[in-house]
Design a protein around this ligand. Structure first.
Ligand code: FA5
Length: 341
């Protein structure tokens, strides 16, 4: 039996040396290493031997088995690598790298930024976690004023040994009006794109997280005509030269007079359709002349300067432009939604 084992070993290595492909390997495995292979059948016969012989030959058989299996695996690796290399065709074009693309909100934001920087506006930025003061009080919405109910948000209490104050996730980009006034003074032309948050019962048009695009222009003698002509320019740029603007009164505590800017619907051109809910008009921007209290909070003298301000819902603009019917899709993380745009 010892001889038989040695013969199997020699034959195995002879065959392995000659093996050139996966098929040869399969044959060797079947003949020597499989459950019905030669090695197994010798090991099976060990059971009829005396205890001493069983011990001696059993050990030998096991060692040979390990040796053959190890060599077999090594050869398999080498033949596998050769097979892989053999089929490399360097003339085949490489695999296409998948490119990402800009989010629809970023596209609209950049379009708006291009327009306003070409008109001499700077682009300003501010924190998303804002003080209660900048988000409300400085914008002429004092504590306990009913106007606070218009924009509920997420409050963050910061308490430490020296201090205790309220921070809020900003409900609009308007607090950056005050920050920009304090930093640059008047005259001033700035736009402020950014993310806002509200404690909303969400639906197809309301999200807890969305984007706005704010603008202010402060100088001597800024008046309503300046606001109207500026918003007309934006409307034509966004929706085409035929676009008309109408402005209707709306209360915002930080502007006086305050109003809602509406554009003729780009789809039906004012005739009435699904996009404009048959009104012919799209409500897109809140705007007005900056309230004197707000200029004061920004360190600007309202006797000398006046200003205009507006705030677009950037997310809603992207919805209109791309025909997206549910605002919640933007934050859904669903790549299928983003990839189709
Ligand atoms: C404001 O936030 C004012 N700060 C805008 C403003 C600036 C007025 C300067 C005057 C002067 P309002 O709450 O209407 O206003 O929001 C402005 C726009 O943000 C809305 O028209 C809408 O397009 C968008 N918006 C508001 N809430 C949500 C929401 N939950 N989800 C998506 N978009 C929203």
């Amino acid at each position: 039996m010892k001889n038989k084992l040695q013969t199997i070993r020699e034959e195995f290595f002879e065959k392995l040396k000659q093996a050139q492909n996966a098929e040869h390997l399969r044959e060797i495995e079947l003949k020597y290493l499989s459950r019905k292979g030669e090695l197994s059948s010798v090991m099976h016969n060990l059971k009829d031997l005396s205890l001493d012989l069983k011990k001696e030959l059993g050990e030998l058989a096991n060692n040979i088995k390990k040796e053959l299996e190890h060599s077999f695996e090594e050869t398999k690796k080498i033949i596998g690598l050769q097979a892989d290399n053999k089929f490399i065709d360097i003339t085949i074009p490489g695999e296409k790298v998948k490119r990402g693309h800009l989010n629809p909100i970023t596209i609209i934001q950049r379009e708006m930024e291009d327009l306003f920087t070409s008109l001499g506006f700077i682009i300003a930025d501010g924190p998303e976690l804002e003080s209660d003061y900048f988000n409300f009080t400085a914008l002429n919405i004092p504590p306990l004023h009913p106007a606070r109910d218009m924009q509920d948000t997420f409050y963050v209490d910061i308490k430490n040994q020296e201090d205790s104050f309220d921070l809020v996730m900003r409900t609009h980009t308007s607090p950056v009006q005050i920050r920009t006034m304090k930093k640059f003074g008047a005259p001033l032309k700035a736009v402020i794109p950014g993310r806002c948050f509200r404690n909303e019962a969400t639906d197809a048009r309301h999200e807890h997280t969305f984007y706005q695009f704010e603008g202010i222009m402060i100088a001597e003698n800024i008046n309503f005509a300046n606001l109207k002509s500026l918003l007309e320019i934006v409307g034509k740029k966004l929706f085409g030269p035929q676009t008309k603007l109408r402005m209707r009164p709306k209360f915002y505590p930080f502007v006086e007079p305050g109003n809602n800017g509406e554009y003729t619907c780009f789809l039906c051109e004012g005739q009435g359709c699904r996009v404009c809910k048959n009104t012919g008009w799209l409500e897109i921007v809140g705007a007005g002349l900056i309230h004197p209290n707000v200029l004061r909070a920004g360190g600007i003298d309202p006797e000398k300067y006046s200003g205009l301000a507006f705030g677009f819902g950037l997310t809603r603009l992207a919805m209109l432009k791309y025909g997206i019917n549910d605002v919640r899709l933007f934050n859904s993380g669903d790549l299928k939604f983003l990839e189709q745009l």
